[in-house]
Design a protein around this ligand. Structure first.
Ligand SMILES: Cc1cc2nc3c(=O)[nH]c(=O)nc-3n(C[C@H](O)[C@H](O)[C@H](O)COP(=O)(O)OP(=O)(O)OC[C@H]3O[C@@H](n4cnc5c(N)ncnc54)[C@H](O)[C@@H]3O)c2cc1C
Length: 500
């Protein structure tokens, strides 16, 4: 049991995380519920989350910024697929522009939140990394924007013989600032978004870069600039052009996803043909770029202006599809017997999924096991009152969903005030027909899926991964349905010290 100090700060809404989602949530709250007090607790010492943490060469978005950007703040830079620094600046600029930065408490890692129906409040326990203090706040509504993976450690599988290796071994999540790969032989292990970003970026200075993959991923080349955005930028103000390009990209994304689901063979063939056209004549496209799974069983990897294919075509980079037999002193030996000499090995092997940055929840003294909960509209949990979470789309830009979740939370808060209610509690559907909340078959999802909430077979418990449909449901749909109960506190609230 954690101890509670005498004077406790209270806010109406407590946001956990100052990444893309947390800053967006705070702005939505400020604009739509200006009378609510709020604070943002952030474990790290900076704004930006993912876009501040990852510093590997070439770090960039793999979705377009017209949909990864906020609905309320046009993306005005020239590149649609943007580098990490630009995205970090965009999030920081947003926080400053809307005065959200003044409400962030850095170095506050939330470790536990306890709901009490008697007072209709959360008691939230955070640990301060800078002072080693434990801090307690209370809030009426807890809004988690804490991403989906462990910040302190990326995923590295068992690497046979790695202890013998004398070169530099690096995980992209913790890129060493002193690493100079100029003129070095580099092997990047992995085939996901990070690997396909790193390979062309490192190939610019390295002697040679090999992307070593166990099996291929779908890789699609997209222009780094959006021709429609470029044309509209010259004719219209940013506020008018932005939603047009955003909706164009949303609809293209939905069409692409639907086609992949309905005619996977057609999409497979199109992706193969597009890759073939950008690779050297006679290249073994089937071995290195034709996955066994269907498109969108895992996220497609985007490469801007075909940079990965160009690096392969130029000979500065190569793709090897094989498994590691063992690390050697100076590189790797593969199952085929091939040796890959390497001065630097990068393990682009993924993330460790982690809900709420490891924070635990209890409701009226009972611990919440996330695996026993069912997501309501993909943003609340059955049996957990006055609580929302931000989990973006798996088949489209994260922020599209994050914006809708924040909008919905604001609608809920206004509804509670307007109806004199204090508590909103999602209910589980009356069925055992439940599925994992994330429907991707990627390794990082499969490793953790048993610990995550479930989704139900139909609305409002079903995630449709479809933005236009969610706009109707979350921006315009009913707040009262069979999946949710509104109520009041069962005992009077204890006064606490309010904070601005
Ligand atoms: C390398 C990489 C590239 C990506 N590219 C794309 C892309 O192109 N398009 C796309 O749609 N998605 C992409 N994603 C997914 C990406 O994470 C989201 O786009 C988006 O950045 C998530 O924002 P977020 O604020 O929800 O989470 P995060 O960026 O993870 O930020 C969460 C914040 O919450 C803080 N936090 C977590 N737990 C706690 C706690 N318990 N207490 C206090 N603070 C806490 C963290 O310190 C962090 O600052 C990418 C992910 C990675 C790793």
């Amino acid at each position: 049991m954690l101890t509670v100090p005498m004077a406790i700060d209270h806010v109406d809404v407590l946001i956990v995380g100052a990444g893309l989602s947390g800053i967006g949530a705070a702005v939505h709250l400020r604009r739509n519920c200006p009378d609510k007090t709020y604070a943002v607790l952030e474990a790290r010492g900076a704004i930006g989350g993912t876009w501040d943490l990852f510093r590997y060469p070439g770090i960039r978005s793999d979705s377009d910024m017209y949909t990864l950007g906020y609905s309320f703040k046009p993306w005005t830079a020239a590149k649609a697929i943007a580098d990490g620094d630009s995205i970090r600046d965009y999030v920081n600029d947003t926080a400053r522009e809307y005065g959200v930065d003044e409400h962030i408490r850095f170095h506050h890692k939330v470790v536990r939140a306890e709901w009490d129906s008697g007072t209709a409040r959360w008691t939230v326990h955070a640990h301060r990394a800078d002072t080693a203090e434990d801090v307690v706040l209370t809030c009426d509504f807890l809004f988690t924007c804490s991403g989906y993976y462990r910040y302190d450690e990326g995923y590295t599988p068992q690497l046979p013989g790695v202890e013998r290796y004398t070169g530099r071994l690096v995980h992209p999540q913790h890129w060493p600032a002193d690493l100079d790969h100029t003129g070095k032989r580099v092997v990047v292990i992995g085939s996901g978004a990070t690997a396909v970003t790193l390979v062309p970026a490192m190939a610019r200075q390295a002697a040679h870069v090999t992307m070593l993959q166990r099996s291929p991923t779908y890789v699609i080349s997209l222009p780094s600039r959006d021709p429609l955005a470029d044309a509209l930028r010259r004719r219209l103000p940013a506020k008018a052009a932005y939603p047009i390009v955003r909706w164009k990209n949303v609809l293209l994304g939905v069409a692409n996803f639907q086609l992949s689901r309905r005619a996977p063979g057609v999409v497979k063939a199109l992706l193969r043909r597009a890759a073939k056209g950008k690779l050297p004549v006679g290249y073994d496209v089937d071995r290195h770029f034709s996955p066994r799974y269907d498109p969108w069983d895992q996220r497609l990897c985007v490469v801007p202006d075909g940079d990965l294919f160009a690096a392969v075509k130029s000979g500065r980079a190569a793709v090897v599809t094989d498994t590691i037999d063992t690390f050697t002193e100076h590189g790797l030996r593969l199952a085929s017997g091939e040796e890959l000499p390497a001065d630097v090995v990068v393990t682009a092997t993924g993330l460790n999924l982690l809900a709420f940055g490891g924070m635990t929840l209890s409701v009226d003294g009972a611990d919440v096991d996330l695996a026993d909960t069912v997501a309501y509209k993909g943003m609340m949990l059955s049996g957990v009152p006055n609580f929302a979470m931000t989990i973006g789309y798996t088949n489209a830009s994260w922020t599209l969903k994050a914006d809708l979740v924040a909008t919905y939370v604001c609608r809920l808060l206004r509804h509670l005030d307007a109806t004199g209610q204090q508590i909103v509690t999602p209910l589980a559907p009356d069925t055992a027909d439940l599925e994992p909340i994330i429907d991707l078959k990627s390794g990082y999802v499969l490793r953790a899926v048993d610990q995550l909430p479930k989704q139900g077979p139909a609305a409002p418990w079903r995630l449709h991964q479809n933005y236009p449909r969610d706009v109707l449901l979350m921006r315009h749909g009913r707040l009262t349905d069979e999946g949710v109960r509104f109520s009041r506190a069962t005992a009077p609230t204890t006064p606490a010290t309010p904070v601005a």
